[in-house]
Design a protein around this ligand. Structure first.
Ligand SMILES: O=C(O)CCC(=O)C(=O)O
Ligand SMILES: [Mn+2]
Length: 244
């Protein structure tokens, strides 16, 4: 699949770490119909990001589970770990029920959460799904984090460390044909518009955060595809709120 529209990245100065600059550099993409993505190129200083990377790489009990996709069992194409507060409803995805570790087991995760909450005051997160992509062969396929336990408009804050990888978003196929009122437009105009509006891509940098909110999980799917040139490890943390 070719993605013709590449959202322009805001320029990040590695030394601009204060709140004012984070706000200035952030890129807000209104996906329409109440869905929104915000990209912050750097919420954690370069040096601190490498410290977190080393901690996470060495101390998290990474696991590569067998999952079920379209009725078939396969090895998940990336390492994972799950952290959740006490009493939080158990997560199950692709037939897999990850063991919920406690936030107290990994204090640096609370430090990262504090940084996230400084950038997103008023947001709430009680669980965290961690992913480790050991190289360009590791990926996450097209999906939406639309499990019922997150509610209808979940906010997901996704923090990245290490190797830069592409992150793609595209509108759910059923939605683009059902809900977009484009029937009366000429086909050429419709196609041009579709290219620009129905898919977006971001390069997720070391120390960055991408936030999905509103109806993004209901109406859009996202992926981190295989990349032959991505030789080193990337770690991604997705902070989520499970409804109680
Ligand atoms: O690695 C990423 O940036 C995305 C991970 C993701 O979509 C997920 O864990 O649900
Ligand atoms: Mn996801």
């Amino acid at each position: 699949m070719s993605l013709r529209f590449r959202a322009k990245e805001a320029k990040a100065n590695p030394d601009d770490d204060d709140e004012k600059n984070q706000k200035k550099q952030r890129m807000v993409v209104d996906l329409g119909n109440g869905s929104e993505v915000i990209y912050f190129p750097r919420i954690i200083k370069m040096e601190d990001s490498w410290k977190f990377f080393d901690y996470l790489n060495n101390r998290i009990p990474w696991n590569r589970p067998t999952i079920r996709v379209f009725g078939r069992s396969c090895l998940q194409p990336r390492d994972t770990c799950y952290v959740a507060g006490e009493g939080v409803t158990q997560l199950i995805y692709s037939g897999y029920r990850p063991h919920p570790y406690s936030w107290d087991d990994f204090p640096p995760l609370k430090d990262i959460l504090d940084i996230v909450l400084k950038v997103l005051p008023g947001s709430r997160f009680n669980s965290l799904l961690l992913n480790r992509y050991k190289g360009g062969n590791d990926y996450v396929g097209w999906h939406a984090d639309d499990e019922k336990l997150y509610g209808s408009t979940p906010e997901i804050a996704s923090v990245s460390f290490g190797c830069e990888r592409d992150f793609f978003l595209k509108i759910k196929p059923s939605k683009s044909s059902q809900d977009r009122r484009t029937d009366d437009e000429p086909v050429s105009k419709r196609l041009k518009k579709k290219d620009n509006l129905d898919q977006h891509s971001f390069t997720l940098k070391h120390g960055s955060m991408l936030v999905m909110r509103g109806y993004t999980q209901r109406d859009w799917i996202h992926s981190v595809p295989r990349r032959a040139k991505a030789e080193s490890t990337r770690i991604n943390l997705t902070f989520r709120h499970v409804l109680q």
